[in-house]
Design a protein around this ligand. Structure first.
Ligand SMILES: NC(=O)c1ccc[n+]([C@@H]2O[C@H](COP(=O)([O-])OP(=O)(O)OC[C@H]3O[C@@H](n4cnc5c(N)ncnc54)[C@H](O)[C@@H]3O)[C@@H](O)[C@H]2O)c1
Ligand SMILES: [Zn+2]
Ligand SMILES: [Zn+2]
Length: 363
């Protein structure tokens, strides 16, 4: 088969590799029908994730079709269409029993395209298949469910739920990339009073308005703290969600929060951020952070099925999976291409039409 292989910092190639095989009785082999690229894949390519060994196939988000199951797999059969999520669950360890799958100590957690071969490939070996994949309800397209593999549950669990967004709250979301926009989308499930999106890029702020932000602030040209204070009678936001991953934006969140408010950090930080306890200790602020568990994926899937949530708007570009390298270039140049998520589609996908020329060049 062919797959996108990481060859060390700055080097990747779509190339011929051996087909995956069942290694454990709990494995399944899945034919990848649609996959996508995450900002974390770009971090790996920069060399920021040293535990990912050269030779690893990248990718941790896909929708596919089961083609083979191990002897111990009981709930899946060949032909089943499944969402393969960024988090794998052994189903047995203490953390999996608490639905904290991201912390799995039984060999799961974030392993695809990180510690084992990933999903930007024609086929993939999926460990702990029974407890890790989600069957896709009939009638839902790949694009409707693909973003449940990572950005939707991440934004909902680590942003909205950890930040305890309540009806009427003023929610400030710093960063309007795919994660920040998914946070806007899922915060709306809790009927906040007002959503404020903060970013440096005007194109991203325009997207934030499309996704349902009420107010946008360009913190490159405006004083975001002063603006939030002005909007909240001098108190600050009830909830601030960090969706960038740099020290300034974490510190900004702690400055624009009201006394008794909640800061939920979603961003992955590569360097040290300062926690100003000398200012915060007296303000009763709650700060949370974490890796996604994907425990809310079934709930989000039901909301999509019921027509209450539509993540297809994230798909700005579609490529045949064989053009994954070109897709990386478009995704990495988001400032110019305005890419949010690129869909990598197997051709032919088996159950969907081959995309037209128009779709292939993106929107
Ligand atoms: N916790 C988790 O489980 C988890 C899972 C997936 C992704 N993440 C992390 O979430 C973060 C966001 O992901 P993404 O894919 O949306 O990233 P992205 O890079 O596409 O978007 C980040 C946005 O932040 C904006 N930005 C950059 N610097 C800023 C600043 N100083 N002030 C305001 N805005 C600024 C950019 O313009 C961009 O729109 C990343 O750090 C990613 O690694 C975390
Ligand atoms: Zn990811
Ligand atoms: Zn586990």
């Amino acid at each position: 088969m062919k797959a996108l292989v990481y060859h060390g910092p700055g080097r990747r190639a779509w190339e011929q590799v051996p087909d995956p095989t069942i290694l454990e009785p709990t494995d399944a082999i899945v034919r990848i029908d649609s996959s996508t690229i995450c900002g974390t894949d770009l971090h790996i390519l920069k060399g920021d994730v040293p535990e990912t060994a050269p030779g690893t196939i990248l990718g941790h988000e896909a929708v596919g079709t089961v083609v083979e199951i191990g002897a111990a797999v009981t709930t899946l059969e060949p032909g089943d269409r499944v969402l393969v999520s960024c988090i794998t669950s052994c189903g047995r360890c203490r953390f999996c029993k608490e639905a904290k799958y991201g912390l799995c100590t039984g060999g799961g957690g974030w392993i695809f395209g990180h510690l084992i071969d990933g999903l930007q490939a024609e086929f993939a070996r999926v460990p702990f298949a029974d407890t890790s994949v989600h069957k896709v309800p009939d009638g839902l397209s790949d694009e409707q469910v693909l973003f449940l593999a990572d950005i939707m549950p991440t934004a909902y669990e680590i942003g909205v739920l950890a930040g305890r967004v309540e009806p009427g709250d003023t929610v400030a979301i710093v960063g309007a990339g795919p994660i920040g926009l998914a946070t806007i989308m899922t915060a709306k499930l809790h009927t906040p009073g007002r959503i404020i999106a903060i970013d440096l890029a005007d194109a991203r702020l325009a997207k934030a308005l499309e996704f349902g932000a009420d107010v946008v602030i360009d913190n490159g040209t405006e004083d975001a703290v002063a603006k939030v204070m002005e909007l909240t009678g001098g108190l600050g936001a009830d909830v601030a969600i960090e969706a960038v991953g740099v020290p300034e934006t974490f510190e900004l969140c702690t400055e624009l929060i009201r006394p008794g408010g909640r800061v939920a950090n979603v961003g992955v930080h590569g360097s040290c951020a300062t926690l100003h306890l000398e200012k915060l200790w007296i303000r009763d602020v709650m700060i949370t952070t974490g890796l996604v568990d994907t425990s809310t994926t079934p709930k989000l899937m039901k909301l999509i099925e019921g027509g209450r949530l539509d993540p297809t708007v994230f798909a700005t570009h579609t490529f045949p999976i064989a053009d994954t390298e070109a897709a990386y270039d478009v995704f990495a140049a988001a400032a110019e291409t305005h890419a949010l998520k690129v869909v990598l589609r197997a051709v032919p996908a088996g159950h969907e039409l081959v995309p037209s020329e128009e779709q292939l060049v993106g929107v």
